[in-house]
Structures are given as structure tokens and as C-alpha cells.
Design a protein around this ligand. Structure first.
Ligand code: ADP
Ligand code: MG
Length: 724
């Protein structure tokens, strides 16, 4: 058999670019055709059932059984009409992916025939055999029951021939086993707290929801090359590979023209996504070679997260048809940029007002300032939780490394809003209010168009971008529900405290507006430390952040501690988002997945070194030895084989290092596996096992630069990144 790498390269060179036919030249003709959305419900449901369902979607009112029956039967009619044969409850277990178990509509009848059936019960609730989803000890295997229950606020959709019903996933005892339940609880808490604060300004507001727009970064690589790299196919990232001579230094890929094969994939993927109602709007090349990004128009947050989960799945499936593999890993290639998932977040009222958009009038500005400053205060007070919510073994490669937002949580506001807050913070303001006896004179003017909106700080993990905050530290493969649950719940808690503080002043006889301004001013002072406008990647910032008392937790096992502090427990209980048991279960699941992923990587490193890299190096070395012998045989002296001897020696040096370090790493793994305490085991994997990865890689990559190209079996970085 010839070298696997060359076989893969040959396959890539023979790829054809598929001709993509769009369903129509107008996206509006096919947007959402595979979704049982409000429009289709109206068409398929009686008007009674329709209003019940709308009430449930908008206000969370439970759907009565008889109505569920009707909804199920019309959903079935619609789905069968579109060729669906099966249905599934689609949910988001804590593995981070989505899960589905398909059941056929068809049921045999007594007379030997069959009918298509889908009952209200089958729609509303299912009991998947879910004993092997992570539960962090919540479900013992003898009581493995977990239930999925329909979430009507996210519409059903069809993929292929399956009707998918978005659901929550809970245990027999009612505890959350998924990402959706806590998110919905956090949104509920946020709604209440935010509406209360809105009422200081506008009594007509009845509901506040969070909006979210998720920018998704990813890499593409040809399937043949992917399959020739066991590290990529087993861990999602390359564990070896010498940097390509050309990488991203010329910055010629970013926003460059999209390669034809990639363009075909994008069109195909977008068409599927649009038909599923995912409002994809933007596509472009990203900074690193073979890295791309897509972004939708923002949506109500629960839907936006479902859509992003669905999108990751669609990308993967459509890519197969194009002989591509989508790499959603946060750091598939060392030495070039990794991938993130920017979460653009804001708060929108039922009256259509964006609460994080500066207003035209002073009163509106005060309302904006209230929500703006409370966000800053919430993040300041619970930065540790936000950090924990984005922690994962993959994201550890980005956070704190010199490219992505640092592991230090800070907030960028831009110079204009910084000035506004500073002005409020100084004594000048109170003087102004006193002198002019009018609060409105004291509120600084906030320009509608903020200049920093275009020239914003890319190094900040949490940046204000004109009318929304952008959390940039989320990993590209993460479920955004994790950070968004935390962000919305800390905001809910903060707004509740704000109302309490303001009301206290009002009760003491203070005028409402002055009370609001007084508390805003206090919060600005109290949350000052979290605001940072400078370069987040710099060493100076690390030092300054430390002096300011900000945390800089670089690794996951330690970052996760924040989930189980007394402070977090109280917060979770007060907002009703996690019980103590649920928080501890999540903590455990995250630690478990952390060390297991490192365990897999360590094993793959060992296998590749021993079975692929060392053998390749030795076979080249043998050739050199033969060559030297031959030269000696024909009577040449040492001068003629000096270079060969040098390479032979170097190869031996690297091979010795590799063998010895792989052996030591295995020993450390054995020791770590024996540690009972999960957190300690995760830390041991991080600090004792993972520390071998870089030196082993260094020597393996050196071998790559020495060994005859024709004998090297693993596709090289230049091929993974540049072959189109
Ligand atoms: P960028 O320069 O980061 O690409 P954009 O303005 O194009 O910035 O927006 C990026 C993302 O932010 C998009 O997904 C968009 O839908 C989202 N977005 C815009 N406005 C809001 C908002 N009010 N709430 C939530 N997300 C928003
Ligand atoms: Mg962005």
C-alpha cells in the first residue's frame, strides 16, 4: 500500500466542484419551508387551538391535553404531506451535542394493515432510554428514566424524513439533564426582573426577552486528509504538525474571495439552514487559512440557541456531501487562530424597544444607562461564573493564549461611553444636578452612533458594540446555552437588587429619578475594576488585572470551582435556575468530560508516536544508513556522508526523546487514573499529563522536517490548510 498521505492527496486533487442549484432565486420563496411555524399552524390548526398555542409560545401557558391532541394531528398532517415518515424528540443533553431517537408514525392495526399515528402524548412527552447521557449522578442506572417534554416556544421542523420536536430533557425526579431547562428558567427570572425595572420608565412594557445573534467560526478540511490524520478524526484537532511555511502572516485569507469548493458547500449549507428557518445572513473567510464564519440575524435567545445547535449539525451533514469535514474545535491547528462563537446579546421589550440602545431623550438615556450599568455590575460581581460557563478543555487553548480573549473577564465600552460613565462618576455631576436643580441636565448626552462601534477592541472578552454586548470568549463548539444561562441569570439577579436599592431610596423620600441616578452612580463606582479599554492580550494587562483583583483562571478544572461556591449556590437558589444538586451534577459532568478528553488525546499521542511517527523516522534513518554503507563500500571517505550521519544522529536523538516521554506520560496517566477525587484527577491530567503534549509534539514536528517527504504518512499543515 502506498503512503496514506499520498492517497489522500490524490483523492483531493480529483474532487469535482458540484453545481449547486438553489430552490429559487429568492430566499423568501423557501425560507422556513421545513418549519411548522406560526404561519403553518394558522393554516393547519383550528382557531381555538391556534390561540392556545400562541399563548403558550408567548406566555408559557401549558397546553391542555385535548389541544395537544389536535396540534399533534395537524403537525402529523403537515409533516406527512412533506414526506416525513418518523418523528423524534430533539434535545440538548449535557454531552454538548444534540440527541434524537426516531420513531415511525406508522402503527400496525388489528386487521393486519397499518396507519400513521401521532398522539398528543407522543408530542408532549417521551421517555427516551437515556441511561447513558451524562447526569452527574442525578440518575442512578437503576432509576435511569429521563423525560423529554415539548418546548412549544421553539417550532418543530423536518430534517430529511424526520419531524423533529424541540424538547427539554429532565430526570424522573424533575432535575434538568439538558441545557434548555436552566436557560428557560433564567429567561423567566430575567423577564420578571427586567419588566419591574422597565416600569420606572414605561408602564406599558409587559415582557422582556433576551436577543441573541451567534457568529459561528469553523475550519474546513477535505475528508480524505481528515481521515488520514487519526488525531483530527479522534480528537477534532491536530496533535502534531510542523507549521506551514506560509500560514496567516500575510493576512490574505481574511475577507478574501471564497474558494469555489467552499462556496458550493456554503450555498448548499445555507439553503438547508434557510429552509429550516435559520436566518443566515453573513458569510466570509476568517483570519486563518481554511477558516470561515457565518452569522445569522439575531433572534429570540431560546430559538437562536436551538438554531445554532441545529446549524452545527447541518454543517456537518452537508459537508459530507462535499467531501469536507467541518472542524468546530476551538483550536484545530497550533500556531494559527482558533475558532470562537461570538454571542451578541441584548434585551428587547414586547414593545420592540432594545434596552441596550442609547435613546434620543434624557429619559430614554436614563433607561439605557440603568440596563447598561446593571449589565456591567452583574458581570463585575459574577465574572467567575461567566468564566466557568465558557470553560472547556478545547477553549483552554484559546483563552489566555495570545489570540483570543484572555481568561481575564473584562468589559470594553468604547471611549464615548467610558466618558459618559466617568462623568456620572465624578462629583461634577451631583454639583450640576444641585446647581440646576434638574436631573435631566445632569445626564450626559449619548450620541446615537457610537464611533467605537466600527473601531472596537477585538481583544476584549465582553465588548459593548453600539446596541448589544458581545461575549467573544465562547468556544466554537460550545452550546451557547451555557454562557447565556449564566449571563441572563446574573442579570436577573442584578436587576432585582437594583430595584431593591432604588425603592429603598424612594421610600426614604428621594425623587424617583434622583434615586435611579444615585444607584447607577454607585454601581459605576463599584464595578470600575472590570472596565478595560486597552489591549487584552498584553502582559501589562495581566499585571494590571492582578493589581485590580480580577481573576485570571487559565484552566478549566479551576475555573469550574465557581459553579459550586456558596455565593453561586445562593444566586442559583434565588433565581431558581439550578438546585444545589443540579449545580454539583453539572460541575461533575464538566470535570469528567475535561479529563476524559485529555485522556483520549494522550492516548492518541502515544499511538501516533509509537505506530506512525517513530516508524516513519526509522525507515528513513535505515535508508540513510544503507546509503552511508554504500558510499563507504565504494571507498568514499567521511566527508561524503557527513550530512547523512548528522541526520541519522538527529533522528536517533528525537526518537529517544519521544519514546522516553511517551513512556513517562503513560505512567503519569496511570497515576492520575487512580485519583478518586474528580477535581484532583482533572487537575492531574491538566498539570501532569498534558504538560507532556508540547515537548512530545516539538520533537515529532522536528522529525517531520527531517524525514523524506515521500515517507511521511500524516498530511502536513500546508496540505490541510492550503489544498483546495
Ligand atoms: P460584526 O461586525 O461582529 O459582524 P454585526 O453588527 O454584523 O457585527 O452583528 C453580528 C451579530 O450580531 C449578528 O448575528 C447580528 O444578528 C447580531 N446582532 C445585531 N444586533 C443585535 C441585537 N440587538 N441583539 C442581539 N444580537 C444582535
Ligand atoms: Mg462580532
Amino acid at each position: 500500500m502506498s503512503n496514506t498521505r499520498f492517497q489522500a492527496l490524490e483523492a483531493v486533487l480529483n474532487r469535482e466542484i458540484p453545481d449547486i442549484k438553489l430552490p429559487s432565486s429568492k430566499i423568501s420563496d423557501y425560507f422556513g419551508v421545513n418549519v411548522f411555524d406560526k404561519k403553518k399552524m394558522k393554516e393547519f390548526l383550528s382557531s381555538d387551538a391556534y390561540s392556545v398555542i400562541i399563548d403558550s409560545i408567548d406566555n408559557g401557558v401549558p397546553i391542555p391535553r385535548d389541544m395537544a391532541e389536535q396540534v399533534a394531528s395537524s403537525m402529523k398532517a403537515w409533516a406527512i404531506g412533506k414526506g416525513a415518515t418518523h418523528y423524534t424528540h430533539w434535545f440538548q443533553p449535557l454531552t454538548g451535542t444534540t440527541a434524537e431517537k426516531h420513531d415511525a408514525f406508522f402503527e400496525p392495526t388489528a386487521d393486519g394493515g397499518a396507519i400513521e399515528r401521532f398522539s398528543g402524548d407522543a408530542l408532549s412527552q417521551q421517555e427516551p432510554d437515556a441511561s447513558s447521557f451524562p447526569s452527574g449522578g442525578i440518575r442512578n442506572t437503576f432509576e435511569a428514566r429521563g423525560y423529554t417534554a415539548w418546548d412549544p416556544s421553539s417550532p418543530a421542523f423536518i430534517i430529511g424524513r424526520t419531524l423533529c420536536i424541540p424538547t427539554v430533557f429532565v430526570s424522573y425526579t424533575g432535575e434538568a439533564l439538558d441545557y434548555k431547562v436552566p436557560l428557560l428558567k433564567a429567561l423567566n427570572a430575567l423577564d420578571k426582573a427586567a419588566v419591574d425595572v422597565c416600569h420606572y420608565f414605561d408602564k406599558s412594557i409587559e415582557k422582556v426577552n433576551a436577543s441573541l445573534g451567534i457568529e459561528q467560526e469553523y475550519f474546513l478540511v477535505d475528508t480524505a486528509l481528515f481521515n488520514a490524520r487519526p488525531d483530527l478524526s479522534l480528537t477534532g484537532r491536530t496533535l502534531f504538525g510542523h507549521m506551514s511555511a506560509k500560514n496567516q502572516q500575510l493576512e490574505d485569507h481574511y475577507f478574501g474571495s471564497i474558494p469555489s469548493r467552499v462556496y458550493a458547500f456554503m450555498q448548499d449549507m445555507e439553503t438547508e439552514a434557510l429552509q429550516l428557518g435559520i436566518p443566515l445572513k453573513t458569510r466570509h473567510n476568517e483570519v486563518a487559512p481554511s477558516q470561515f464564519e457565518c452569522a445569522p440575524i439575531y433572534e429570540e435567545i431560546n430559538l437562536a440557541i436551538d438554531h445554532n445547535q441545529l446549524l452545527m449539525d447541518i454543517m456537518d451533514r452537508v459537508a459530507q456531501r462535499h467531501h469536507f469535514k467541518v472542524l468546530l474545535h476551538e483550536k484545530p491547528y497550533a500556531g494559527i487562530n482558533g475558532s470562537g462563537k461570538h454571542n451578541n446579546w441584548s434585551l428587547i421589550t414586547n414593545t420592540g424597544k432594545n434596552l441596550l440602545s442609547p435613546g434620543k431623550t434624557p429619559k430614554n438615556n436614563l433607561m439605557f444607562l440603568a440596563f447598561f450599568v446593571n449589565t456591567i455590575k452583574a458581570v463585575h460581581d459574577h465574572a467567575d461564573l461567566l468564566r466557568a460557563s465558557i470553560a472547556s478543555v478545547n477553549n483552554d487553548h484559546r483563552l489566555g493564549a495570545n489570540e483570543a480573549p484572555p481568561a481575564i473577564i473584562s468589559i470594553f465600552l468604547g471611549s464615548q461611553l467610558t466618558e459618559v460613565l466617568d462623568e456620572i462618576d465624578t462629583s461634577r455631576l451631583s454639583k450640576k444636578i444641585k446647581e440646576e436643580n434638574s436631573l435631566w441636565q445632569g445626564i450626559p448626552k449619548i450620541p446615537q452612533i457610537l464611533k467605537d462601534n466600527t473601531d472596537r477592541n477585538r481583544t476584549s472578552p465582553f465588548a459593548f458594540t453600539g446596541n448589544k454586548f458581545e461575549l467573544r470568549a465562547v468556544g466554537s463548539s460550545a452550546n451557547s446555552a451555557s454562557p447565556m444561562t449564566i449571563l441572563n441569570l446574573i442579570m436577573a439577579d442584578q436587576l432585582k437588587k437594583f430595584k431593591y436599592d432604588v425603592d429603598k431610596l424612594i421610600k426614604k423620600g428621594e425623587k424617583k429619578d434622583v434615586a435611579l441616578m444615585t444607584i447607577i452612580k454607585r454601581y459605576i463606582k463599584e464595578s470600575r475594576a472590570i472596565r478595560f479599554e486597552g489591549n487584552g492580550y498584553s502582559e501589562e494587562w495581566e499585571k494590571e488585572a492582578e493589581a485590580r483583583g480580577l481573576a485570571n483562571v487559565k484552566t478549566t478544572p479551576k475555573a469550574l470551582d465557581a459553579l459550586i461556591t456558596d455565593k453561586a449556590e445562593l444566586l442559583f437558589e434565588e433565581t431558581g435556575v439550578f438546585t444545589k444538586r443540579e449545580a454539583h451534577a453539572r460541575h461533575e459532568i464538566l470535570l469528567d468530560s475535561f479529563y476524559k478528553k485529555l485522556q483520549i488525546e494522550a492516548r492518541v499521542i502515544g499511538e501516533l508516536v509509537m505506530n506512525i511517527i517513530i516508524p516513519a523516522a526509522l525507515s528513513y534513518q535505515s535508508k540513510l544508513v544503507e546509503n552511508v554503507k554504500g558510499l563507504k563500500d565504494i571507498g568514499l571517505d567521511k566527508n561524503s556522508y557527513e550530512a547523512q550521519l548528522d541526520i541519522i544522529n538527529k533522528i536517533s536523538g528525537h526518537v529517544n526523546f519521544l519514546k522516553q516521554n511517551v513512556d513517562e506520560m503513560i505512567e503519569e496517566r496511570k497515576k492520575a487514573n487512580k485519583i478518586d477525587d474528580l477535581r484532583e484527577r482533572a487537575i492531574a491530567y491538566d498539570e501532569k499529563v498534558k504538560t507532556y503534549f508540547a515537548p512530545i509534539r516539538y520533537h515529532a514536528d522536528k522529525l517531520e522536517t527531517l524525514v523524506d517527504d515521500r515517507l511521511w504518512p500524516l498530511p502536513k499543515f500546508r496540505e490541510l490548510l492550503f489544498i483546495k
